[in-house]
Each structure stands twice: as structure tokens, then as C-alpha cells.
Design a binder for this molecule. Structure first.
Ligand SMILES: [Fe+2]
Length: 500
């Protein structure tokens, strides 16, 4: 059967039309024209919007149980010169060719454990592979680069490379080292030199965190800092300043032995431990030394930003500042289970943006909520600011304050320093996902660029990408794609000047 010509299966239930992004009906399409309405800024032309995300949740003999679990598909929207000085665009899509996809298609059911789906293998198999467990390579969460090589990844150490133009899968990254890492942040970070940074954990009687980097052209994970804890926290992302990597441990803690042997879905091995609280570790990029702060119990997927605040003499940072999207409990993990989302149940979990000021010389920190009365996630700031300096404003996918909309339903600009909502863009009766900030080349103002926002409203034939001015929050144009892109999480933009 060709995935290009026939859907693998239909969704098991009829969904409200805006929730069609949770169906397993996306096709692999060759370059297909995209309708553009409005004016595309000329500096975007020649670039490509890349999306990945889960696409195939339902197989003939079994389904995945969590939004995060669907088998990954890559999507590319390429912008090219059009008639009379305008722009044209094409869309294409391909499944990421992973071992998990091949095994699951062959088995006609999920073949490996996933975030919220149990391991189909037996206990004997898990015992046999205790030190090197079989984990998924389903890179449905984030795309990053090692130099000019693009990789797709999830929360395991397995990186799959792909061609950003054809979307062909080009292979697994085989590491040239002996480091043991069992779980890894999904958010690998590529710096201005093309070096890939990430944090992983070696599970065991002690759980050892490892901050590492891979320089362009290498396959060697150079460990910059390592530190151990008794029970690791759920790890999805980390943040960087010019001097430190900041790694937060939510109150969702895991027993490493149960993780290895219980056979549950990955997140079902984590337990909320309010008494243990949360912790933020700062790893020096210079010497690998680690400082820690105890913070109140929280859960968090994403950092908005982080920066160094200098000391009086300006020579060394006196305070590290970290803005996180947080929740007060573990409910978000089950709120995103597929059956609940497909049934249209609102997520119903309050998300805050909280600022942690980590003062050197202290061992605890109390967060401050930056904007009251909002519930936002999937943050974005200008790329020249992230990891380098403070941005006053940030952009988010927002929840309906009345709690009635099933998923994110608006794009929100927050004035973090002023404590207010600075703007909103909203399509009627739509799901609106992560706003990707694409900065205008050479720009330095924090709102100089566009937001690219995947949306799906009742009645849309396919996904509609909003091209939004981050300053005014006005919609400049839409890219009307030829099919519904299943709801994913994070996008990337490959500008015209970037090789590869
Ligand atoms: Fe994420």
C-alpha cells in the first residue's frame, strides 16, 4: 500500500471539524501549489517553513493513546518568487522513515512504547535490554541542526536526519562516543556556530544529567557538565544564557527501575511529588560547574527565555533569569490524551508565565507570575534574543480564558515587563498552534519579523498558516495548504541564505 495515495486508516470517531488535525488522514504529497492570500514580506521568499509532528495515531490493529505519540510526518512550505513581484508557494509532506514507523506498519499496531502508550514488548525483552533499552526514534517533536544537517527528534537520544528540501529521511545519527543516555530533551538547540546542544539523563540508582554539545561535522557528544540526582524529573527542554545552561526538574519524578521494567507509557512512570518540590540547575558553559536552586513544585515543558543579569562591576553574572511556562500540577499530561482531545474536552489546565531570578549565593528562588489572567504555552521570541538577552515581549499559543475551547484558540503577545496582554490574533472557531518567530535577516528589534502560525478552523479545506506582524498582531497574509497538517508542536524556518 502506498502511503502517498491512500490513508492508512480513518479516525475512529467523527471529529468536530476544527479537530481534524487529530485524525490519521494526512497523505504524503509531492510539491503541490499553495494558495496565498495577502502580501508575503519579500525577505521571506526563497525560504521554507518546516513542520514536523505526529500524523499517524491509528493503525488497523491498535492506536496510540496520546497526542504526542503519533508517527512523525515532515511538511515543507517553500516560498518562491511569484507573478508581478509577489510570492508563490508549494507544499509537500513525507513520513519520517524511522525504525518505529517500519516496525509499526509491519505489525499494523504500535510497535514501541511511546509517551502515553504502553510498551507492547514483554518483561523478558525489557530485562534483556535493561542497559540499552529499545526506545522510539519517532522524531515528531522538534527539528534542529548539527551544522547544516537537519535532524528530527523526540525525547529519546535517537536523532534522525532529513533533507529539508525533499524531506527524504537520510539516516540515523550514529554517535562517535560511549556516553550512555536514556532520555533526552526534545529541544536540541543549535547555536550561531551550528553547534548542537542538548541535555540527556543516564538512568540508574542515581540519575546522571549530562549537558553535551556536538560541533558541526562531528558525531561526538562532548559532555560539558554532568551532575546526579536521586530521581530525575520529567525533561522536555532546557534554556541557555551566554554563560549557563538552565535545566529545570519538574515535580514529576521517575523511579528509574520502574521506567526500565514497568512497560507503561513513558510519562505514566512519573509521579507528582509536591514534597520533593522542583529544582533548577545552572551549568557553567565555561567549566561545567553546577549550581542549584530549590523552587516550588511545578511542571513545565518550555522556557520563554533566559538571560544573564550582570553584577555591579559588570564582569560576571550576579543573577540568572529564567522565564518558564508552568503549571501547578501534573494534570496537563493526561489532559492531552488523544481520546479527551478528540472528544473536544477543553484542556482546562491553567498555564502561567513565571519568572525565576536565580541569585548566585542563594539556594532557593520564588517565582513571580508575569501576566495575570492569561493561560499560554508554546512560547516564541526573536531568534537574536533567545539565549542571549532579555526580550520585553513574547508570543504564545493561548487558551480561551473561559475554558470552553477545546485546544489553543488564539495567538497572544504578552508584555512580560508591563504585565499585560499586548495583542491578540484570532481566527473564529479555530485551533491556533505555536507561533514560530521568523526574524527579518539582520534585524535587531525584538518584534522585527513575522509569526508563522498553523491554524485550522471549521470549514477550512486544509491548514491555514497565518503570517502575522508581531508588532501589530495584524495578519499580513495566509498560506492555504492543500491538506490538513496534523497538529504538531514546533516548527522551523530555513531561510534562503542557509545552505543544505
Ligand atoms: Fe516542546
Amino acid at each position: 500500500m502506498s502511503l502517498a495515495t491512500k490513508p492508512v486508516t480513518s479516525a475512529p470517531t467523527a471529529l468536530a471539524t476544527r479537530l481534524r488535525g487529530l485524525q490519521s488522514t494526512a497523505r504524503e504529497l509531492p510539491d503541490t501549489p499553495v494558495e496565498i492570500r495577502g502580501q508575503i514580506p519579500p525577505w521571506l521568499i526563497g525560504g521554507s517553513l518546516l513542520l514536523n509532528g505526529p500524523a499517524l495515531w491509528d493503525l488497523p490493529h491498535g492506536s496510540y493513546e496520546h497526542w504526542f505519540d503519533g508517527l512523525a510526518m515532515l511538511h515543507r512550505v517553500r516560498l518562491a518568487p511569484g507573478d508581478v513581484g509577489g510570492a508563490s508557494a508549494t507544499y509537500r509532506s513525507r513520513y519520517l522513515q524511522t525504525d518505529d514507523l517500519r516496525e509499526s506498519l509491519a505489525a499494523r499496531k504500535p510497535a514501541r512504547s511511546a509517551f502515553g502508550t504502553a510498551d507492547p514488548a514483554g518483561l523478558f525483552s525489557r530485562l534483556r535490554n535493561l542497559r540499552h533499552p529499545i526506545v522510539t526514534d519517532n522524531g515528531a517533536v522538534v527539528m534542529a541542526r548539527i551544522g547544516s544537517q537537519w535532524v528530527a527528534q523526540t525525547e529519546t537520544p535517537l536523532l534522525t536526519s532529513f533533507d529539508p528540501d525533499t524531506l527524504a529521511t537520510t539516516g540515523r545519527i550514529e554517535y562517535d562516543d560511549d556516553e550512555v543516555i536514556h532520555v533526552m530533551s526534545a529541544h536540541g538547540v543549535t547555536d550561531a556556530q551550528g553547534t548542537y546542544w542538548n541535555v540527556g539523563v543516564e538512568m540508574g540508582p542515581k540519575c546522571t544529567y549530562k549537558l553535551f554539545k556536538i560541533v558541526a561535522g562531528s558525531r561526538r557528544r562532548e559532555v560539558v557538565g554532568r551532575w546526579s540526582v536521586r530521581q530525575a524529573g520529567y525533561l522536555h527542554a532546557f534554556a541557555m544564557t551566554p554563560t549557563h545552561a538552565l535545566v529545570w526538574q519538574p515535580a514529576m519524578r521517575v523511579n528509574a527501575i520502574k521506567l526500565a521494567l514497568a512497560g507503561k507509557g513513558f510519562i505514566d512512570n512519573f509521579k507528582w511529588n509536591a514534597a520533593m518540590g522542583s529544582r533548577i540547575d545552572a551549568v557553567s558553559l565555561t567549566d561545567g560547574s553546577v549550581r542549584s536552586w530549590a523552587v516550588p513544585a511545578m511542571a513545565s515543558f518550555h522556557a520563554v527565555q533566559a538571560w544573564d543579569e550582570p553584577s555591579q562591576d559588570g564582569r560576571a553574572p550576579a543573577t540568572l533569569v529564567l522565564d518558564l511556562c508552568t503549571t501547578d500540577g501534573p494534570e496537563i499530561f493526561s489532559a492531552l490524551r488523544l481520546d479527551r482531545l478528540r472528544a473536544g474536552q477543553p484542556v482546562g489546565v491553567q498555564h502561567r508565565v513565571q519568572r525565576y531570578r536565580l541569585e548566585l549565593g542563594r539556594s532557593d528562588a520564588q517565582p513571580r507570575t508575569l501576566v495575570e489572567g492569561t493561560s499560554v504555552e508554546l512560547p516564541a521570541v526573536h531568534g537574536a534574543y533567545w539565549g542571549r538577552q532579555q526580550s520585553r515581549h513574547a508570543w504564545f499559543a493561548g487558551f480561551d480564558p473561559d475554558g470552553k475551547a477545546p485546544m489553543f484558540d488564539r495567538t497572544v503577545k504578552l508584555d512580560l515587563d508591563g504585565g499585560r496582554i499586548a495583542g491578540t490574533w484570532q481566527r473564529e472557531h479555530a485551533v491556533q498552534l505555536e507561533p514560530l518567530f521568523v526574524e527579518r535577516p539582520g534585524s535587531t528589534a525584538e518584534d522585527d519579523g513575522v509569526l508563522l502560525v498553523p491554524t485550522l478552523a471549521e470549514g477550512d479545506e486544509g491548514t491555514v498558516i497565518g503570517v502575522i506582524d508581531p508588532a501589530s498582531m495584524q495578519c499580513l497574509a495566509t498560506l492555504n495548504l492543500p491538506q490538513v497538517v496534523p497538529f504538531g508542536f514546533h516548527a522551523a524556518f530555513k531561510p534562503a541564505w542557509m545552505p543544505g
